[in-house]
Design a protein around this ligand. Sequence first.
Ligand code: DP6
Length: 331
Amino acid sequence: MSRKATVVAPSNIALIKYWGTSDLERTLPFNPSLSMTLRECVTRTTVEPISDQKDEVLVGATGGGLEPASPAFSAGVEAHLEHLRSWAGVTERFRVATQNSFPMGAGMASSASGFAALALAIAAALEREISAETASVLARESGSGSAARSVMGGYVEWPSAATEGVAAQVLPADHWDLRDVIAILDTTEKRVSSRAGHKLAETSPYFKPRLQQLPERLAEVRSSLQSRDFARLAPVVEEEAIDLHLIAMSSRPPIFYWRPGTLIVLEVVRAMRESGVEVCATMDAGANVHLICTPEAETAVVEALEVLPEVEGVIRDGVGSGPREIDEPLF
Ligand code: DP6
């Protein structure tokens, strides 16, 4: 028995980063990461079983409606569908349509939300009741480790201390309403994929020292989230983001994700914090800067970004409660 199903799954922003894969085949990281699930940057995915011999993959078109996905995008979706079929023990083919709430080409990673939405939509279509833990494994097995964290709401650790490769919610979304104001600085496709970056991480002479520091940093982030202590959270979040880029820039060959605007935004964040605004910065494998702040600081943060010529756009996001099945299919 299978049916049409639509799932909305969120993106997430890591406060402690996943960078470096100990087992590439199984997508297992060297270190646990901890992220905040977002609520506005989401992927909506509809799947429906079809009688064809081949899956069909559609994406939201810029002007509205759906269009066939590029061969590279289709190949990624089909590979994950193949994996999900073998997990479920079925041979059905699917029509898959997927649409992001944030503009494609805004330099925003969509694989975490995309693969989480695909895994959950297929489980729903096949009427498999799965736990969030199982969903995290299925999402991770797409090859996008950060997708493991997108199946849960609030603040999520992956892998959890308890189980290999499985994510766990550390705190629910309503524990602390943190915001993420995203400064879009580079709308081009990133030059080096996260996957390539993970493979190179170990070539950096700073990778081992990073791994030694991480347990303490992770504990500090967990504890300052727990006590809603922004003054403690902010420096460790920034230190961690810089550390990820330090590893990338010192890998052999080096990877530079920053743009000049990245440094300008980091300066603005520092100045704002010195003047008492509760804001700190973090970056994934790209030039864009995520400004994590309290609700009281959000307006000032947005206004500070909007006057910068380097900033091409601003997305206002915040902590969210995770994926959900909805009754609004894309086709
Ligand atoms: C820098 O391999 O999960 O964002 O390409 O988005 O699937 P995708 O990346 P993935 O690596 C994520 C790397 C990171 C840090 C993080 O999110 O933990």
